[in-house]
Unconditional design. Structure first.
Length: 257
């Protein structure tokens, strides 16, 4: 087996250990395959090297079914870190919280969106007037107006196309920011940054676990987190997109439709 080594000389304590714990957690439950961890240290992680192949509709549909199984493996709570991990958690190079919370809305607003909105505001990628729109959306979310009765799902948490590797044996996931969250969040991120044959992914997911009515209308709600993360570090265009998603979130009914 070939080895792919990721290194970061300035890695904070627990950085690569958190990635290893997240991959191990996602790999339990018979869902999507994850990259095997072959070794981990303070400044590196050794992973199996993956040979990519061209995506196909069939592989995408299988990925959707397997992703539903991963989500269905569940989590201890919204905001829960991977089982057995009590260290820091990250998305990309940025730290983010994983504090178990009873309400999805409270967790999502306080721990996933608001911290990165503050960074984006300080960076100047959203204006004071735009911040008001986002704040109004977060108030609704935090109050639980858009909660439902779905139990915490086992999320990858950073499921953009670059972390979805099509191999001859099927999709393999890399670089997670795993936690207990809402299943629609992973799907919304796939839609935000593009995924080959996305409609096939969704069709496979629906075969395994039908989504609640109105899920497409709620995509902007679940894209607030990745848009806030990108607005914090990747420029004004993401700030504008974040405000637009917040505005569309405000138009959602209390039943999420």
């Amino acid at each position: 087996m070939s080895i792919f080594t990721k290194r970061r000389a300035d890695a904070p304590p627990g950085f690569f250990e958190a990635e290893a714990a997240a991959l191990a957690w996602l790999g339990v439950g018979g869902g999507v395959a994850v990259a095997d961890v072959l070794g981990v240290g303070d400044h590196h992680i050794d992973l199996e090297e993956l040979d990519e192949v061209r995506p196909t509709p069939e592989a995408a549909r299988r990925f959707g079914r397997d992703l539903a199984r991963t989500h269905d493996a569940g989590a201890a709570a919204f905001g829960a870190p991977p089982d057995g991990w009590a260290g820091p958690t990250f998305i990309g190079r940025r730290p983010q919280s994983c504090r178990p919370t009873a309400s999805w809305g409270s967790f999502y607003a306080r721990q996933r969106v608001a911290p990165f909105v503050r960074i984006a505001r300080e960076a100047g990628t959203i204006s004071a007037g735009e911040d008001v729109v986002i704040a109004r959306a977060l108030e609704r979310i935090e109050a639980g107006e858009l909660d439902d009765d779905d139990r915490p799902a086992r999320l990858h948490g950073d499921l953009w196309n670059g972390n979805v590797v099509f191999t001859a044996g099927g999709v393999v996931l890399i670089d997670p920011a795993a936690h207990g969250g809402h299943r629609e969040t992973d799907l919304a991120m796939l839609g935000l940054f593009g995924c080959p044959f996305l409609e096939e992914v969704v069709a496979g997911y629906q075969e395994q676990h039908p989504l609640r009515a109105g899920w497409r209308d709620r995509i902007p709600l679940h894209q607030l987190h990745p848009l806030a993360v990108h607005a914090a570090g990747h420029g004004r265009s993401y700030g504008r997109a974040l405000v637009a998603a917040a505005d569309r979130t405000l138009s959602l009914r209390a039943d999420g439709g």
